[in-house]
Design a protein around this ligand. Sequence first.
Ligand code: GDP
Length: 301
Amino acid sequence: PGQRQDWLGRLKSGLTKTRSGFTSIFTGRKVDESLFEELEERLLLADCGLPATELLMQKVRDAVYQKSITTAEGVQLALRDAIFDLLRPLETSMGVDRARPLVMMVVGVNGAGKTTSIGKLANYYADIGYNVLLAAGDTFRAAAREQLDVWGQRSNVDVISAKGADPAAVAFDSVQSAIARHSHIIIVDTAGRLPTQLHLMEELKKVKKVVGKAKTDAPHEIVLVVDATNGQNALQQIKAFNDALGLTALVVTKLDGTAKGGILAAMSMSTRVPVAFIGVGEKLEDLRPFNPREFANALVG
Ligand code: GDP
């Protein structure tokens, strides 16, 4: 519980706490234009982006008018509800029981936290009793394979890798292994890349296609790992990967220690790929299923 408070607290300080971080901007305030202006500024600073900020401010103003809200605390509640409404369409759960093995392909740009998130995902599912297999599909970087091995060992999950092989071939072989082993879930890592590197995007499409040959209807999940601290740039990444691959879900990382949690509101206004998990630290257990209510409360305080 202490740790939970910790990341919630850090996320919370992003939006409505004063710069010193102790008191809320709602404390001891009158409901006036300066409060609304400050809120609007905070939403923009938290990377909500203009469309989400305008929508949220309109909803808050409407609630204040319709419910005759006269206290700053009432405004705070209205903001919480407005953010919750906006984030709700992003909620999803990965139904990992709908196929066996459930094939999950994980993509993302270098440094987003892809390898770390795969380690955390393997641990999350292994912890609740699933038989998980990892496939080291990043055949370009030896370090990526080694890093994945370390994560696998930490959560007692097997890692399949083939040195120097073609990523699509590794993905194909590992899905076949998962079938032979009766694994519940296979998580296929892919080489980190930039969406602007089109030839690499083509390679990802090939991995996707080949995985479908190893098991019809696979991959069942195509998950983009995206760094929340990238701000508006994250939106472009989501769009590029979604256009090329058809994403089913996101893992949004580095939401601990950032004041940029509003980026999820912006996501809800743009491509709207659902958020399965959020990354809130560097450790194995720092991965949480995305819960819009919890998130809205954390943001607004
Ligand atoms: P990759 O290149 O996408 O595979 O990225 P890595 O998994 O190697 O992660 C890059 C850096 O981000 C590492 O230092 C990780 O510890 C760090 N990282 C990943 N996820 C999180 C997170 O949720 N919170 C924080 N604070 N750091 C993270």
